[in-house]
Design a protein around this ligand. Structure first.
Ligand code: NAD
Ligand code: UDX
Length: 473
């Protein structure tokens, strides 16, 4: 042993990778080993090329390159890392269950439990286990039962949910609003374990931003935070429908409402719908938890945030189909942006997937462009979402390497992601290579709509007064 404090993280994904890169950067005296069952993922974390890192995040490459091989290590030797560790973060995926009890709602804790059982089997000395994954309330307790069942090694379980958002992961990790640590504060060993985790964060997070609670509050707070955030998006999206029918402008309403300091201006941007691996999953988890506690009406209330999001995606696609004179069959449509938000290559639950799937169902021809999402990922998402097989889909879907190729010969441009580069496109050129009338459906309100109308486009924008030239039924 080196005598240095050893941290291990099980799960080298969107959370494990960036979080541990920042811990390593901020704590040069601590050794951090990130392990995963996926050899491919570990190989790409160890790769010299930025483009080969498994995920794209601004600032991530620098954080990894400056610490890798010094005090940050990526490995598939899970057992070795567990054995050496003083503290083990578990950041494995906890997706929505696909089958069985609670299918479509409850969290699938298979990966979590496998990781916990591995720790129980391997660990010979006392360890602190940090629940980093988002889990249902009372998971720590269940895991504690599994871990402490053999009775020989003592484990302390802490809850430490992660609040980073993709696209700003490194910034969020380096400058978090708060660090939440749940632990057994009634027990001496519990207090000591919480203290060790507080010490790690204290390397760079001001003490007043590190808060400690009991384990259940911590677990529940993570789900509730995502509910509140998603709720704001669904609320403003509900308002966007009202705006279109009344002539109000949703951005003006957001501004006016958000300037009330009690409400706040963030997360009030109307859109084609929220995506990402967390919001829907965590809200459904909350729905399931409420139902299992017999709180049916409460569950309904939570559920409406997800339903409103589905309605918003449907509404957007209906606008496209009606706008294009009630048929898109055989028409080429350019899809700009496929990731669930800008500055990430992640497509999990992206609104673009639903939009594409519904348009393909109508037998539209799609030309999809995204600056960061890999072609293989787009194919995988569309094939999974569609009833059609790959061969059929290849007749309808084309992946473009730049926005102009996508626009060429298209009847409509559909903006699904708010990538900055879309604002700076040469729209005169685009208009000249599109079919006429040329339509733009801005699902993110990032383009200059009045300018585009002056050029000659028919423009639909979420929650904005309707273009009189747009067919609406
Ligand atoms: P991910 O799928 O990107 O990464 C999870 C990794 O864990 C995968 O690489 C997988 O191979 C690995 N893994 C699974 N089981 C394993 C095992 N038994 N041993 C070793 N490795 C194993 O997932 P993610 O996006 O990083 O999310 C992880 C958790 O963090 C989830 O619970 C999620 O809800 C939560 N979370 C995610 C975000 C986000 O923005 N993505 C933000 C906050 C919280
Ligand atoms: C979210 C939470 O913000 C983060 O704290 C948690 O840890 C993980 O889940 P993430 O999903 O990465 O993070 O991104 P976020 O910025 O929250 O955006 C989620 C979705 O909502 C995106 O599709 C985004 O485009 C959409 N959104 C967000 C809107 O449509 N309007 C808004 O005003 C804000």
């Amino acid at each position: 042993s080196t005598g240095r404090y050893q941290v291990c993280c099980i799960g080298a994904g969107y959370v494990g990778g960036p979080t541990m890169a920042v811990v390593a950067k901020m704590c040069p005296k601590i050794d951090v080993t990130v392990v995963d069952i996926s050899q491919r993922r570990i190989d790409s974390w160890n790769s010299e090329e930025e483009s080969e890192l498994p995920i794209y995040e601004p600032g991530l490459k620098e954080a990894v390159v400056n610490t890798r091989g010094k005090n940050l290590f990526f490995s598939t030797d899970i057992d070795g890392a567990i054995e050496r560790a003083n503290m083990i973060f578990v950041a494995v995926n906890t997706p929505t269950k696909k089958d069985g009890l609670g299918a479509g709602r409850a969290a699938d804790l298979t990966y979590w439990e496998l990781a916990a059982r591995r720790i129980a089997k391997i660990a010979k000395s006392p360890k602190i286990i940090v629940e980093k994954s988002t889990v249902p309330i009372r998971t720590a307790e269940a895991i504690s039962t599994v871990l402490n069942a053999s009775g020989t090694t003592k484990f302390q379980i802490l809850s430490n949910p992660e609040f980073l958002a993709e696209g700003t992961a490194v910034r969020d990790l380096e400058n978090p609003d708060r660090i939440l640590i749940g632990g057994n504060l009634k027990d001496e060993d519990g207090i000591k374990a919480v203290g060790e985790l507080v010490d790690i964060y204290s390397h760079w997070v001001p003490k007043e931003r590190i808060i400690t609670t009991n384990v259940w509050s911590s677990e529940l707070s993570k789900l509730v935070a995502n509910f509140f955030l998603a709720q704001r998006v669904s609320s403003i999206n509900a308002v966007s429908a009202l705006c279109e029918s009344s002539g109000a402008d949703v951005d003006e309403v957001s501004m006016a409402v958000g300037m009330d300091s009690r409400i706040g201006s963030k997360f009030l941007k109307a859109s084609v719908g929220f995506g990402g691996s967390c919001f829907q999953k965590d809200i459904l988890n909350l729905v399931y938890l409420s139902e299992s506690m017999g709180l049916k009406d409460i569950a309904e209330y939570f559920h409406w945030v997800v339903r409103m999001n589905d309605l918003q995606k449907d509404r957007f696609v209906s606008r496209i189909i009606h706008g294009l004179f009630n048929t898109v069959t055989g028409k080429r449509i350019a899809i700009l942006g496929f990731s669930f938000k800008k500055d990430t290559g992640d497509t999990r639950e992206s609104a673009a997937i639903s939009v594409c799937q519904r348009l393909v169902d109508e037998r539209a021809h799609l030309a999809i462009y995204d600056p960061k999402v890999y072609e293989t990922q787009i194919w995988q998402d569309i094939t999974t979402a569609s009833k059609m097989d790959r061969l059929e889909l290849e007749k309808l879907v084309h992946i473009s390497s730049n926005p102009y190729d996508a626009a060429k010969g298209s009847h409509a441009l559909v903006v699904c992601t708010e990538w900055d580069e879309f604002r700076d496109l040469n729209f005169e050129k685009i208009l000249s290579i599109m079919e006429k009338p040329a339509f733009i459906f801005d699902g993110r309100n990032v383009l200059s709509h009045e300018y585009l109308r002056k050029l000659g486009f028919v423009v639909y924008a979420i929650g904005k007064p309707l273009d009189p030239r747009l067919n609406v039924v």
